[in-house]
Write a protein that binds this ligand. Structure first.
Ligand code: HEM
Length: 507
């Protein structure tokens, strides 16, 4: 009985300490905030996997429509939700040094995959970024384009089969195309994702982005309580995934006898990095005026984890975006017609697709941009304060989280009138010039902007040219007219498949 009483007292004590802290934290800084619930903070729906993170933040933004920022608790972690474009600019770009980490900076060495560019921070991030950036230059993309062209030939053949079906799930189809592109460019292997449906790359792709309860809780648990997460011996990604990529990349290295080939793919480029054994780059302190260099060791673990990251980021993001884009074109036949006109014009002037297609098809580019406005791959950008900083008079201590509500800004009628409408024209001519800086960032912004943006646009534009040259896209009876999103997914994903129909165009 006494033990029971003591336990209740302890629990009440913990509750009180958290409650008090959470009640006072933002109040003491003169920042508006909503009442936080102990343990869950203001993110209950997200932590319980009932709502996507952008939906939870949307509710908070709606409660304080004219505040430049809102104080919140991400579980037990103090978090500033920043809505004002000027402050966002400081965080993502101008004062990037203080916000160079995405999340849980002190734990990025725990897993092979979290040591890579997306997850790491500080000097390690800077050295990796400096050394990996040249892999994505225009010149490199151009040299690689012959691989994308091969994939488009396979896509062209696959479309014939798909058009025979009464309907098909669009994201899965697009994933088969982008898996083939990234497999070929990142690993130098022909994945055959478009010729055989259940091939290992498609299976592994599904495993990486597995939107199950267990993965969802792991994602949330690691992001909010990393110390407990790693004490429990958990990993964000199953170890067999990294093993799969390590075995594959080692096989490819061996086949090439550890020398670069004439494919001009990422493996060639990564093999060059491997030869140097160390990567050297500027230290983050340089941003504060120090002229120091920083060095990290290169080993096969790092390179294969890096390739796994490129595979994951490279196929999933573009597949989902292409899926949403085709869905919007099916819903908006007049926009589809406009896009087809441009495609027909392109093929009038070009016998086949070349790398330059990205610059020669402004309407397709506007369709991609508009799709990413409505469906940004990351509905919320995260940053973490790595050194104490004062933002507009609010002192932010090391470790405070920053959430930038991307989707909320993309749908703000003040920045994008009639925000629910699919209007690629927003991204053309004078309308495009009017977009306020730091209100639209589907690829992020500042030094941590998506490194693969050029690659993504290249594979998406080429894919669209192939599809729209050959087919018209139509809705079917059970295509959802409004999309709901999957709270357990790592990126913005539809909760249910989107079924469409392809009709071959008359020649
Ligand atoms: C439609 C396609 C894509 C979209 C919408 C997208 C979006 C994003 C976003 C929003 C970020 C975070 C940026 C920030 O925090 O400021 C990011 C980072 C990143 N993306 Fe992409 N991405 C796409 C395709 C790709 C591709 C094709 C690759 C690689 C082949 C890639 C590799 C990465 C990497 C490595 C990072 C981390 C960069 C860093 O932290 O320095 N992404 N991407």
């Amino acid at each position: 009985m006494i033990a029971y009483f003591v336990i209740v007292l302890i629990l009440l004590g913990i509750y009180y300490v958290y409650f008090k802290r959470e009640l006072d934290f933002w109040k003491n800084k003169n920042v508006v905030s909503s009442r936080a619930i102990p343990f869950f903070g203001n993110y209950t729906g997200y932590i319980l996997l009932k709502k996507c993170i952008h939906e939870v933040i949307e509710d908070l933004c709606r409660a304080f429509p004219s505040e430049p920022y809102i104080g919140a608790f991400y579980g037990t972690e103090p978090t500033l939700i920043v809505k004002d474009p000027e402050y966002i600019k400081r965080i993502l770009s101008k004062d990037f040094y203080y916000f160079n980490s995405r999340e849980v900076a002190d734990y990025s060495e725990k897993e092979a995959i979290t040591k890579t560019l997306f997850f790491t921070h500080g000097d390690r991030w800077k050295v990796l970024r400096q050394n990996l950036t040249p892999l994505f230059s225009s010149a490199k993309m151009k040299k690689m384009f012959h691989l994308i062209e091969d994939c488009n030939n396979s896509l062209n053949a696959l479309l014939e089969d798909v058009a025979k079906k009464t309907e098909f799930e669009v994201r899965s189809l697009m994933a088969r195309y982008t898996i083939d592109c990234i497999g070929s460019c990142a690993f130098g292997v022909n994945t055959e994702a478009m010729t055989s449906e259940n091939n290992p790359f498609c299976v592994i792709g599904e495993r990486i982005f597995d939107a199950s309860n267990s993965r969802g809780f792991k994602m949330v648990g690691r992001a909010i309580w990393p110390a407990v997460f790693y004490k429990l011996g958990l990993n964000l990604f199953p170890l067999e995934l990294t093993e799969f990529f390590k075995n594959m990349i080692t096989k490819v290295f061996e086949e090439r006898q550890y020398r670069s080939s004439d494919r001009h793919d990422f493996v060639d480029l990564v093999l060059n990095l491997r030869q140097s054994k160390h990567l050297v780059g500027d230290s983050m302190k340089n941003l504060k005026g120090d002229g120091k260099k920083s060095v990290i060791e290169v080993d096969d673990d790092l390179l294969s984890a890096q390739c796994m990251l490129f595979f994951a980021a490279g196929f999933e993001t573009s597949a989902t975006t292409l899926g949403f884009l085709l869905y919007e074109l099916a819903k908006n036949p007049e926009k589809q017609e406009q896009a087809m006109k441009e495609v027909d014009e392109y093929f009038k002037n070009n016998k086949k697709i070349s790398y330059e297609c990205v610059f020669e098809t402004p309407y397709l580019d506007a369709c991609i941009n508009e799709t990413l406005r409505l469906y940004p791959v990351l509905g919320v950008l995260t940053r973490e304060v790595v050194e104490d900083y004062t933002l507009g008079g609010v002192s932010l201590e090391r470790g405070v989280r920053i959430h930038i509500p991307v989707l909320n800004l993309h749908k703000n009628p003040h920045y994008f009138p009639n925000p629910e409408a699919f209007r690629p024209e927003r991204f053309l001519g004078v309308e495009k010039d009017k977009i306020k800086p730091f209100t639209y960032f589907p690829f992020g912004e500042g030094p941590r902007i998506c490194i693969g943006m050029r690659f993504a646009k290249m594979q998406m534009t080429a894919g669209l040219l192939t599809i729209l040259k050959k087919c018209q896209i139509q809705l079917v009876e059970n295509t959802a007219r409004n999309i709901t999103f999957e709270p357990r997914a790592m990126t913005l994903q539809p909760a249910h498949g989107i079924n469409l129909k392809l009709v071959l165009r008359k020649k």
